[in-house]
Each structure stands twice: as C-alpha cells, then as structure tokens.
Design a protein. Structure first.
Length: 189
C-alpha cells in the first residue's frame, strides 16, 4: 500500500513540478500541479516507508520551507493507494483499478490502470476469447513499478540514487517520460 496526501488551494502556478527528497518522502515524492485557478500540492510514498502522519508533517514542512506556502490551515484529503495486485477475475466477480491493486507502487498513478482494466473486463465479459495483450503489458509495467517500490523502500539512499538517475535520464533524454509512467503500458513491449 501507498499513501497519497493532497491539498487543493487557490493559486496561480505556471509549471508542474515534482520533488524527490528521500529524507522527507522516503521512496516517494511531492508535487505541485497547477490548475486554472487552483493548485494541487501533495505527496505520495509507500505506507510502510513513511507513516501517513509523518508524510503529512513532512509535506507541510517542505511546502513552508521551500515554497513559502502554509498548508496548516488548508483542508487535506488523503487515501491509501493499493498496488497489491492479486488477480482481476474470481469466478463471476471482477476487480478493476485500485480494487484490483493495479495502481503504481512507485508513483501512485492509478487512473490509467483503472480505465484500461475496466474496459478490458467489459470486453472480456462480452467476448471471453478476446486478446488481453494490452492488459498483460499493463501488468508487466505494474510488476516493474511494484518491484522498484519494494527495492527503493528498503533504503532511503537507494531511493534517492534511483530517483536522481531517473531524473537525470529524463533531463538528458536518455529516458522518455512514457517509460516511467503507467499510462504507456505499450512501452513494455
């Protein structure tokens, strides 16, 4: 399981930003995602690495110290992120998205896996003989994310090094963004 914490507040921010600091966020990260008239400021990490309470305190401290934003009086929303995939079909019962544990253990990303798995289940119900190749590519990417989350969760130094390597790879165009996001399961081919 992971935990995601989010604050939505008024603000005019121009750029989407990610921050990796293993001393505050373990093997996770924090973000600033601008919207039209508001901004989302949040964090995600493995719940076995940093407790939800500590993660919230670290996010509030980080926002105040680095961005001069006081989150202490802003309404918070938080939830667990299930990445413990154990199957999607159980007799005549089907699980999709977070219910199936298909979110990314590395990033907390879950919208794409939820949509893809929901569509796949609907198609399967209509035609059980249909190819599930796209879903299996998603599962391959999911396993990679889960293994990386487990690996980086064992040591904050490893988490910091891996995040620095990924960021350097992205900055230098050695890695393409689609290789590290769940929404591109076709990249696993």
């Amino acid at each position: 399981m992971g935990v995601g914490i989010n604050y939505q507040l008024p603000g005019d921010f121009k750029n989407m930003e990610w921050f990796f600091d293993s001393s505050l966020f373990g093997n996770g990260y924090s973000w600033i995602f601008p919207h039209r008239k508001t901004v989302s400021i949040g964090t995600y990490a493995g719940s076995n690495i940093v407790s939800a309470r500590q993660l919230k305190e670290n996010l509030i401290k980080w926002a105040a110290d680095t961005k001069h934003i006081d989150l202490s009086q802003v309404k918070v929303s938080a939830d667990y992120v299930n990445f413990d995939f154990r199957g999607w079909k159980f007799d005549n019962f089907f699980l999709a998205g977070d219910a199936a544990g298909l979110a990314s253990g590395l990033t907390g990303e879950g919208i794409y896996p939820a949509i893809l798995s929901g569509e796949m289940i609907a198609r399967y119900i209509l035609d059980p003989g249909r190819s599930l190749d796209e879903f299996f590519r998603l599962l391959k990417k999911h396993r990679l994310h889960r293994n990386m989350a487990v690996f980086t969760g064992k040591n904050r130094f490893i988490a910091q090094i891996l995040s620095e390597l990924i960021l350097t790879g992205l900055r230098c165009s050695i890695l393409k963004f689609h290789t590290v996001e769940m929404a591109s399961s076709s990249a696993c081919r």
